[in-house]
Design a protein around this ligand. Structure first.
Ligand SMILES: Cc1ncc(COP(=O)(O)O)c(C=O)c1O
Length: 453
């Protein structure tokens, strides 16, 4: 029998009374009660009442190696016994952070060789903002301070992260965005597909960067930041011409290019980084999530030799976190990367499971209420629509409601999917098998049918 103090009702009641959840309206959650997840293994989760869910979101896009990997637990436990904590300030280092720095430098694209560590993707992007401004000041161009980002981007929830992000509901709260950040159009073909081809949207979105640089003056622009694939914005896979055009604009105007690899990094798109998949040559990369598969919190900013040399010229970089390069988190990341390499997870994703997932998702395109299927690697989106007879049937009268309804059906059917602007999003653990992909797609189809029945 279940211990009363661990019962669903008791936990929900305490949760409602004392726990403030991220991105949540507390009274609404209190009324229905939070889902209490108490166990996980492989690609599955269980709630405290024993209900099983296939986790098609890998937690929050992060559990790349799947749940329950003993190797990570053992590495963290050994590190905790040896050195549970020490900092990396004041000319100090420790073995796991040294080893992890070298490993990340080995895996990231050529020319990116130094890493600044933090505890999350948000902190990574806060670091990016200060770092790019400090870089330009250090090389004698202090006026270059503006960072250009995109509408609907997600770069975290801290003041800088949320300001860099392009989420309007976030900007409405807390006086954002902070100064010196500009937003341009996102390369989201679905929004323009009645008037423009995919390539034209790619060109238009890259032109928007050039226009913004000219408007504010290249002498004032520090960097452009973008997720290789916009994740939280709805898995927006850019048109194939987009990134090379963006790269050209950044080169033309001497603007640093920042790839936010927090979701795309560590195998999500079928190669180590989204920058590999889309042939981006970033000057800086923000990393987190898949770096440790979420087992412990760790993030970082990887910088090119050019940026590192510029920073070197600027004296102390007065920035750092108590937990920058935390030894246990670094040990978790090292063990996680070892699993990815030893089990050839990215090779398997690229060769078999991602093509299989994308093929199965493509079959949804014939569904009367799926208006677009997007995806790359182990990322996917099924854009729900009221119908398919022209422009008027692309969007629901009331946005978001249908997606939320579908998400509820998914949960009732034992599937965790996320709804973004009436698109159903998925980003499963990279270790998902073909049989589990079948299960995922069957449950998704049943849930979509129920939503429209
Ligand atoms: C692309 C991207 N950048 C940054 C972040 C923020 O990361 P964190 O939640 O670890 O602060 C996220 C989180 O989803 C993300 O998707």
């Amino acid at each position: 029998m279940q211990n009363l103090h661990n019962s669903n009702a008791h936990l929900q009641e305490l949760d409602a009374r004392h726990h403030l959840h991220p991105f949540t309206h507390a009274p609404s959650l209190a009324k229905r009660g939070a889902r209490v997840i108490s166990k996980a293994e492989g690609v599955y989760l269980w709630d405290v009442e024993g209900n099983q869910f296939l986790d098609a979101m890998a937690g929050l896009w992060c559990v790349n190696v799947g749940y329950g990997r003993q190797e990570i637990l053992e590495a963290v436990s050994a590190q905790m016994q040896q050195l549970p904590y020490y900092n990396t300030f004041f000319q100090t280092t420790h073995p796991p952070v040294v080893e992890l720095s070298a490993k990340v430098a080995e895996l990231t694209p050529e020319g990116l060789n130094r890493v600044f560590f933090c505890s999350s993707g948000s902190e990574a992007n806060d670091t990016v903002l200060r770092m790019v401004r400090h870089y330009w000041a250090s090389v004698g161009k202090p006026a270059k301070h503006i960072v250009i980002s995109r509408e609907n981007a997600y770069h975290g929830s801290t003041m800088a992260g949320a300001s860099l992000g392009g989420m309007k509901p976030m900007h409405k709260q807390g006086g954002l965005p902070i100064g010196g950040i500009e937003h341009i159009m996102q390369p989201h073909w679905f929004l323009h597909s009645d008037e423009l081809s995919e390539e034209e949207v790619g060109r238009k979105a890259a032109q928007a960067l050039e226009d913004k640089i000219v408007e504010v003056g290249a002498e004032n622009v520090a960097a452009f930041i973008g997720e290789p694939v916009q994740g939280a914005g709805g898995v927006i896979v850019p048109p194939s011409n987009y990134w090379s055009l963006i790269q050209d604009v950044c080169n033309k105007y001497n603007i640093l290019l920042v790839a936010d690899e927090v979701i795309c990094g560590f195998g999500r798109t079928g190669s180590w980084f989204g920058s590999n998949t889309f042939d981006i040559k970033p000057d800086l990369m923000a990393i987190a999530k898949g770096l440790s598969s979420g087992y412990l919190p760790i993030g970082g900013v990887v910088v090119s030799d050019k940026v590192a040399e510029g920073l070197d010229a600027g004296g102390d970089f007065n920035h750092g976190y108590t937990y920058s390069g935390h030894p246990a988190c670094a040990a978790a990341a090292l063990a996680n990367i070892e699993i990815i390499q030893k089990d050839k997870i990215i090779e398997k994703v690229a060769a078999t499971t991602a093509p299989y997932l994308q093929k199965k998702l493509a079959e949804f395109a014939t569904h009367p209420n799926v208006g677009q299927v997007r995806g790359v690697g182990m990322l996917g989106a099924l854009q729900l629509v009221p119908g398919k007879k022209g422009k008027s049937q692309k969007f629901f009268e009331k946005a978001d409601e249908t997606g939320v309804r579908c998400r509820e059906h998914c949960l009732d059917n034992g599937l965790v999917m996320r709804a973004v602007d009436d698109a159903m999003i998925l980003s499963p653990p990279l270790v998902i098998t073909e049989a589990e992909i079948d299960e995922l797609c069957e449950k998704a189809l049943k849930s979509i049918d129920q939503t429209f029945s």
